[in-house]
Design a protein around this ligand. Structure first.
Ligand SMILES: Nc1ncnc2c1ncn2[C@@H]1O[C@H](COP(=O)(O)OP(=O)(O)O)[C@@H](O)[C@H]1O
Ligand SMILES: Cc1ncc(COP(=O)(O)O)c(N)n1
Length: 262
């Protein structure tokens, strides 16, 4: 059986995040990867040097080409950049009845470059959250989406509940931006919280951690795993990928997509 996953996201020329991270992660899990590119970025480990959104028609055509011939078992969205792209992607997901949809609400690159226009946040809330089977915000993204300050674990749980009320089925609150030596990733299914605690790895090579983690969840969902099982494997995947970084580039290097074996 060949499982297929589709990523609808931005291209990272540097290969560590975006479409490239997603495809490498799908491949490592033996899931056949497909892509619809929303924007091309000129990017490396030093930062983002340029952002070029594709024409709406080009994005729509890519999604249609995949849908009619290679229906995906799971779909991931990453950098959607502006309102028009968000509306298109939401419309297409509904049109094709895709349910196993992982929405990674990408907003800014690690170096601070915006990957989502500020005025597009509302569109993301309105159109994408109700379609999210799994939503994977980091702490700053969860703050923007819920319009609340998040410092304590209790506040993170409150934010997860808010996001669930906004239409998300499974909220995965990533803990990479938390303070202290321990990181806690949370999963909320509308009733219960599940926690994954790990030691923070002190490294500057974390370019693409969010994309890679969400792509690992998507690959597992494509294989029919539950949200809990998917997060559990994705957590182990990202842990290894950060522990064994490749030490390439002179800035924030990529994670190692080869490090984890199922
Ligand atoms: N320094 C780190 N050490 C260990 N795990 C990390 C580290 N940074 C991020 N992670 C893990 O990587 C995943 C992505 O986290 P996060 O950094 O919060 O997302 P993003 O890349 O979107 O900002 C989470 O599972 C998080 O726990
Ligand atoms: C095209 C693209 N998409 C997403 C990210 C976010 O990366 P991260 O996973 O480090 O938050 C990025 N830097 N570039």
């Amino acid at each position: 059986m060949v499982y297929k996953a589709l990523t609808i996201a931005g291209s990272d020329s540097g290969g560590g995040a975006g479409i490239q991270a997603d495809l490498k992660t799908f491949h490592q899990f033996r899931v056949f990867g497909m892509s619809a590119i929303t924007a091309v970025t000129a990017q490396n480990t030093l930062g983002v040097q340029g952002v070029y959104p594709l024409p709406i028609e080009a994005i729509e055509k890519q999604i249609d080409s995949i849908a009619v011939d290679l229906p995906p078992d799971a779909v991931k969205t990453g950098m959607l950049f502006n309102e028009e792209i968000i509306e298109l992607v939401a419309r297409k997901i509904k049109q094709y009845g895709w349910v196993r949809v992982v929405v990674d609400p990408v907003m800014i690159a690690k170096g601070g470059a915006p990957l989502l226009k500020q005025e597009a946040v509302k569109a993301l809330q309105r159109h994408m959250l109700p379609l999210a089977y799994v939503l994977t915000p980091n702490i700053p993204e969860a703050e923007v989406l819920t319009n609340m300050r998040i410092e304590t674990l209790e506040q993170r749980k409150e934010a997860a509940k808010k996001l669930h009320d906004m239409g998300v089925q499974y909220v995965v609150m990533k803990g990479g931006h938390g303070k202290g030596d321990e990181l806690v990733d949370l999963l909320y299914d509308g009733e219960q919280f599940y926690e994954w605690t790990s030691q923070k790895i002190y490294t500057k090579h974390t370019h693409g951690t969010g994309c890679t983690f969400a792509a690992a969840i998507t690959a597992q969902l494509a294989k029919g795993k539950t949200a809990y099982e998917a997060v559990d494997i994705a957590k182990r995947f990202i842990q290894k990928a950060i522990e064994q970084t490749l030490q390439i580039g002179s800035g924030h290097g990529p994670t190692n997509h080869w490090a984890f074996h199922e």
